[in-house]
Design a protein around this ligand. Structure first.
Ligand code: HEC
Ligand code: HEC
Length: 260
């Protein structure tokens, strides 16, 4: 039988094992001294990489690579033809109407710095704008300059939209559904602003098959006035209280019982 005892090789091996265990257990600071700046994860406000900023802040709504999300496709050259970088920066910093697009700027309660917002805006422009494609095109203006004629908008809808979004009566009630969803339903209209309707009508949703303003009626690009009017008609079906069968004022059960 061998006597219990260690030769120098066993001691060295045990020492190496101890050091590696300390390393594994996060004790390497005991060995290597305090962590240096480059060893630690960057703080959130230090991230200045477009891919990371876009995927963490925008992708859930605007889709991976700016397409196929629930909200407007930003990866659309026509969009950059109507929206300047300053305007896009404003949407991102201060948010959209009714909070539909979140406000990311720190002054509006968001978490992105001006530098990070600039990286996002510049990154989208570099990747998704294609100025050469727009040469010679005169796109309708981004914003409506007039309130719009609702009655004429109903006619534009019938000619330009009903074939896909369904034939609707004057109240916007779809009488004959089309292959695409209703855009006059108050629950849909609660999720989009008038500008959102206008933007999508002009630039389309190439990812989903919504035509841009040039292709709703073959051979007849929609004019600024037609777009303004159809948006006015669509938005005339918006309700203050979508989804509530007893709109405010008509007296719901709860209102009758509580007297409020
Ligand atoms: C919670 C969902 C959500 C997130 C997250 C989000 N958006 Fe949006 N965004 C929307 C919606 C909804 C709209 C349309 C609002 C409307 O109808 O006016 C919109 C609109 C926009 C518009 C304006 C489109 C127009 O009509 O001109 C821009 C630009 C935009 N978003 C950029 C971004 C960027 C960049 C990010 C990330 C920093 C982001 N959004 C994150 C939901 C989101
Ligand atoms: C050739 C068929 C077609 C025509 C014509 C058409 N659309 Fe669409 N539209 C689509 C498709 C496809 C989508 C994708 C979503 C869907 O299928 O409902 C869409 C989506 C939309 C959306 C976004 C809906 C959403 O989910 O946010 C709006 C707004 C819209 N269309 C407005 C219009 C307006 C206004 C007109 C008429 C000026 C029009 N469309 C004409 C096919 C069409």
């Amino acid at each position: 039988m061998k006597t219990a005892g260690c030769d120098w090789r066993q001691i060295a091996a045990a020492g190496a094992l101890l050091l590696s265990l300390l390393g594994l257990s996060g004790c390497e600071r005991l060995i290597n001294g305090p962590a240096k700046a480059h060893d630690v994860e960057p703080r959130p406000e230090q991230i200045l990489e477009f891919k990371v900023l876009y995927s963490e802040n925008c992708q859930a709504c605007h889709g991976a690579d700016g397409r196929n999300g629930p909200s407007i496709a930003l990866n659309n050259p026509l969009y950059f033809g109507i929206a300047s970088d300053d305007l896009i920066r404003h949407w991102v910093t201060d948010g959209g109407p009714g909070g539909l697009n979140p406000a990311f700027g720190t002054e509006s309660g968001g978490l992105l710095t001006d530098d990070q917002i600039n990286v996002i805006v510049k990154g989208m422009h570099e990747r998704w704008a294609k100025p050469a494609m727009l040469v010679g095109m005169t796109l309708p203006p981004y914003a409506a300059s007039q309130p719009g004629n609702v009655a004429h908008g109903a006619q534009v809808y019938a000619q330009a939209c009903a074939s896909c979004h369904g034939v609707a009566n004057a109240d916007g009630l779809v009488l004959k559904p089309g292959k695409s969803g209703s855009i006059t339903d108050p629950t849909y209209l609660a999720l989009i602003s008038n500008q959102g309707l206008r933007t999508i009508t002009i630039v389309g949703r190439p990812d989903l098959g919504q035509p841009d303003y040039r292709n709703d009626i073959p051979g007849h690009p929609l004019s600024d006035g037609e777009i303004t009017d159809v948006v006015a008609w669509l938005s005339s079906h918006r309700q203050a209280d979508p989804g509530n069968p007893h709109p405010a004022g008509s007296g719901t059960e709860l209102q009758k019982r509580t007297g409020q």
